[in-house]
Design a protein around this ligand. Sequence first.
Ligand SMILES: C[S@@+](CC[C@H](N)C(=O)[O-])C[C@H]1O[C@@H](n2cnc3c(N)ncnc32)[C@H](O)[C@@H]1O
Length: 278
Amino acid sequence: MYLLLGDCLRTLPTLPASSFDLVVTSPPYNLGIAYKSFKDTAPREEFLGWCRQWAAEVKRVMADDASFFLNVGAAPANPLLPHQLILALTDGANPLFTLQNTFHWVKSITIETRANEQISAGHFKPINSKRYVNDCHEYIFHLTKTGNVELDRRAAGVPYQDKSNIARWGHTGGADLRCRGNTWFIPYETINSRDKDRPHPATFPVALVEQCVRLHGKGPATRLLDPFLGIGSSAIAAHRQQIESFTGIELDPHYLETARERIAGETARVAEELAFGN
Ligand SMILES: C[S@@+](CC[C@H](N)C(=O)[O-])C[C@H]1O[C@@H](n2cnc3c(N)ncnc32)[C@H](O)[C@@H]1O
């Protein structure tokens, strides 16, 4: 596992071409988030130009059949960023990537069951507004070089609700597992203390990265990169998926140190579970 301190714009060019199967990352969103080192307040065109620069380097280090899962959120008063960013990477005279799939990371949802019961699950930051509703989702854009990368849909699948579909559809091969689709309900883990348990203003859940690993379908052999590592959620996902080849890059020494501590904590937790047979 390589955890590299530095600016990914400088570090990515030092990595060999075609050396990663999977990139899962969440860059700064240009929404004025208070990171320790990075100033998240650039003019939009400047920000989009910067994103094209690092994304071109990401493309260079990706194998031809690699997947790049790009997590981006918006803010109610600033709703266009995800769309502007995806256009900057996939549209125009020199598109860098093909947008192969678009996923919605649902952080919180209320559903009505068949028995007319209402179930609310997940967490979100409530906003106090008369014109905007609470923002309960983000995007995960699945970018590839060709638009034609094979995925292991059922590795990230779910059981059929109506079991008669297993026999009805030939493609099931008799297995009780269907493609999950592009709405992923992945709540943040419940924490007791923000400062202690999640000392970073914009993390994604470990489970989100695990889902991308499963869907890309290369298992423990995956060579995984996160050029905006933050406090290391993707590194912990790599560990949980038994991936040995992981590279993360982070600009801020504080966040990188926290990532190291979290990974050490995860390793110790797993060792303890094994020792006590849990
Ligand atoms: C949205 S956060 C990523 C959080 C991460 N997914 C997690 O769960 O901890 C973006 C991170 O990118 C870092 N960053 C900003 N500019 C960078 C650069 N040029 N190179 C590397 N990291 C950078 C910020 O310090 C911040 O921690």
